[in-house]
Ligand binder design. Structure first.
Ligand code: HEC
Length: 117
């Protein structure tokens, strides 16, 4: 394959990845900020009526204590799936597994952390 084709292919892959990240940010804005806050710091507009406060997704200490699988499960099946509050709703009917995986990556960007660090 000539060099130029490789370049086009590479750029296509990169822009698809950028789109995936963007859609996670969009989904977070659409479905999560009302509780978890615009900056993901747990300060959403709903919190004054909530008995359990939403997780601060920028908190490295608690977020690095959760594996990607646990975060995925919490988002897909809701708080009770990981022994957390029912106030964290399940999103499995609204979002695809792919979108939920992207959201987990988005949470890693918000906390600037990964599991165990
Ligand atoms: C109706 C309010 C509400 C909305 C909307 C909401 N959450 Fe939550 N979320 C919560 C609450 C409350 C908790 C904390 C539950 C607890 O600590 O028992 C939580 C916890 C979590 C956790 C578990 C974190 C942990 O380790 O304890 C994750 C992950 C999460 N939310 C992601 C999301 C994502 C992603 C969205 C958007 C798709 C979202 N949440 C939308 C209320 C909400």
């Amino acid at each position: 394959m000539p060099t130029k084709s490789w370049l086009v292919l590479l750029l296509t892959v990169l822009s698809l990845q950028a789109q995936a990240k963007e859609s996670a940010a969009d989904n977070y804005k659409a479905y999560c900020v009302q509780c978890h806050g615009l900056r993901g710091d747990g300060n959403g507009v709903n919190i004054r009526d909530m008995s359990v406060v939403p997780r601060d997704h920028t908190d490295v200490k608690s977020m690095s204590g959760r594996s990607d699988e646990t975060l995925f499960k919490a988002i897909k099946e809701g708080g009770p799936a990981i022994d957390k509050s029912i106030l964290m709703p399940p999103w499995g009917d609204t979002l695809s597994d792919e979108e939920i995986k992207d959201l987990v990556q988005h949470l890693r960007i918000l906390c600037k952390c990964k599991f165990g660090s």
